[in-house]
Design a protein. Structure first.
Length: 260
């Protein structure tokens, strides 16, 4: 049976007529609200708030002391991210891009404490596709893992710390950590620490600069990403043409700031 027709009558059903009337009424209501500039708090009886600007915006990360890392931990992480993303003719290093600052600020917030994740047991080994299955938060993984890394270096490198190693020695150790072959003491394995460090370093390198990394939008400039521009209508139909405008952060561009 055609759902838009009543049975054997050839006439629109009550359901179809009511639905059509509802859609038309809704459209007129939206137009009326837009035209009048009304500030609605409830949208058609759904109980959902509709208040422009009600979501808390991200806060600009400012340079300054470490908020989670100890000075020694911060030194270690800066040395690691500098090897994970070394400086070359394409971009600055992960350290100079602010990746360690990004990680530090993330660990000081909800990410570090896993406040927004379910963290009750039971905890069992999972498949690689299931992600981290331990009871350790990212903050705990960093605190215990960085200590284990420093202890491992001093034990196996003649008393040297990671920051004392040559670039080649650092790369060799990081390669062993990636494969899980570096034997750490404690609950955090070398492979787990490396995976988390690599993930967070990439996030800091490519995230919006408002979060502390990607300083001066260096990675966006490198890959040609335009950032958070609000309007692309002048460029959407320009196929196979280079986009020449500079990228824009959530916080704007540095040259937009007023001086004085």
């Amino acid at each position: 049976m055609n759902p838009s027709k009543g049975p054997n009558t050839g006439q629109p059903s009550v359901f179809h007529t009511s639905r059509r009337r509802f859609l038309a009424t809704t459209a007129m209501g939206l137009v009326a609200l837009t035209a009048s500039g009304a500030r609605a708090k409830i949208l058609f009886g759904t109980g959902l708030p509709w208040d422009s600007g009600s979501i808390e915006p991200p806060r600009q990360v400012l340079p300054g002391p470490w908020t989670f890392f100890t000075p020694r931990e911060g030194e270690l992480v800066e040395a690691i991210v500098e090897r994970l993303i070394p400086a070359d003719d394409l971009s600055v290093s992960g350290k100079d891009a602010g990746c360690a600052v990004f990680i530090d600020r993330q660990l000081s917030g909800h990410y570090g404490t896993s406040d927004r994740l379910y963290m009750k047991g039971p905890f069992q080994p999972g498949l690689p596709t299931q992600g981290d299955q331990t009871d350790l938060t990212p903050a705990m993984t960093y605190r215990q893992g960085l200590k284990a890394l420093d202890d491992h270096c001093r034990r196996t490198m003649g008393g040297k710390s990671f920051t004392d190693l040559s670039p080649e020695q650092k790369d060799t150790l990081l390669t062993a950590m990636e494969a899980g072959e570096a034997k750490f003491d404690g609950p955090v394995g070398s492979g787990s620490l490396f995976s988390l460090l690599l993930q967070n370093t990439m996030e800091g390198f490519f995230a919006d600069p408002i979060y502390g990394g990607n300083r001066d939008m260096v990675s966006w400039k490198m890959i040609g990403f335009p950032g958070t521009r609000y309007d692309y209508r002048d460029h959407v139909l320009k196929h196979n043409q280079k986009y020449t405008l500079p990228p824009v952060s959530i916080g704007g561009r540095g040259d937009w700031a007023r001086k004085g």
